[in-house]
Design a protein around this ligand. Structure first.
Ligand code: PBG
Length: 312
């Protein structure tokens, strides 16, 4: 009976698995802040993506951890870099899994900000030109989805235009439409080495107290041609997910971020909560709020358990 009347499923097809990619071959380096997650080289990323595909997960999302950084973040459009290499290797090894790539500068800039820095502040329009260049470089490597996470004004429109001008019409834009300046990104910044050296991201990420502003951002990205809209973080923003769901017909994704993941992991390891149950409940809540797609570090584990225990 319970199964018959259950309203919300969490299935492997709803999930995106993020992967952190660094240079080299055969690299698997555990990320201490995120138990169960690793930094991997492009060849290992191809293995992991194949495993995700076998588990029924339709998409992976790549983040780069480059060997060197510079003030301009030039690694972001270097086609010899780890993310570009991983895109090519995954498309070769598992052409039927979608490859999404994060499009931002913070992992590549020595100052750690998401855009072009000029006298201590990020220049919006100069950053857009760089984002276009990164999008085109990803498209040349065969990416399926670009995910601009830097929250610049007009970012979706300029990336869409650049992709279309490069005849990459089929490359989708998954827009971080609503991205809060959240305390829950801490473990990610450790994993990607992307903590701002000075200042914070409050000038370009949103105030967590504002929901209507989130809705406005989402409508803007929708009208600029986003193919998928995203809300981030997920757990603290379930109301925003529900509001955006009601305001647009586009597919909606929500990102269960590193801090949400780490809290469930560490509380589970300390014996304070049932980790498996909390994993399912947290992701089911995000789906119930209205997300079609959940980006979660638990994707592989959810899909594995789905396979061994049946429908959830
Ligand atoms: C960078 C970016 C961040 C995350 C995804 N892309 C960090 C940030 O904005 O500081 C966080 C993801 C996570 O915490 O899992 N633009």
């Amino acid at each position: 009976m319970r199964r018959l009347v259950r309203e919300t499923d969490v299935l492997p097809r709803h999930l995106i698995q993020p992967l952190f990619v660094e240079p080299g071959t055969g690299v698997r380096r555990p990320i201490p802040a995120m138990t169960g997650q690793e930094r991997i080289s492009p060849d290992v990323a191809a293995e992991e993506a194949s495993r995700c595909r076998d588990l029924g997960i339709p998409c992976v999302l790549l983040f780069g951890v480059p060997a060197t950084k510079d003030p301009a973040g030039s690694g972001a459009w270097d086609e010899r870099g780890p993310v570009h290499a991983a895109v090519r290797e995954i498309k070769k090894a598992a052409p039927d899994i979608l490859v999404a790539a994060d499009l931002c500068l913070c992992e590549y800039t020595s100052h750690g900000h998401c855009g072009v820095l000029d006298h201590g502040s990020v220049r919006n329009d100069a950053t857009l030109e760089v984002y276009e260049r990164v999008a085109e470089s990803y498209a040349r490597c065969g990416v399926d989805v670009v995910a601009p996470s830097g929250m610049m004004d007009g970012g979706v429109a300029s990336i869409r235009r650049a992709l279309d001008e490069a005849s990459a019409h089929e490359v989708a834009v998954m827009a971080y439409a609503v991205k809060y300046a959240s305390a829950f990104y801490g473990p990610f910044r450790e994993a990607a080495g992307s903590t701002p050296q000075e200042g914070d991201r409050k000038a370009y990420q949103m105030d967590p107290g504002n929901a209507r502003e989130g809705l406005r951002e989402a409508r803007l990205d929708d009208s600029e041609g986003a193919d998928i809209l995203m809300v981030k973080p997920a757990g603290p923003c379930l109301d925003v997910i529900a509001k955006v769901r009601a305001a647009t017909e586009k597919p909606l994704a929500a990102y269960q971020v590193s801090g949400e993941y780490a809290m469930i992991r560490t509380a589970g390891a300390a014996g304070l909560i049932d980790e498996r149950a909390a994993m399912w409940e947290s992701v089911r809540g995000i789906r119930r709020a209205g997300a079609d797609i959940v980006i979660t570090y638990f994707a592989r584990e959810l899909a594995k358990e789905h396979r061994s225990k049946g429908t959830h």
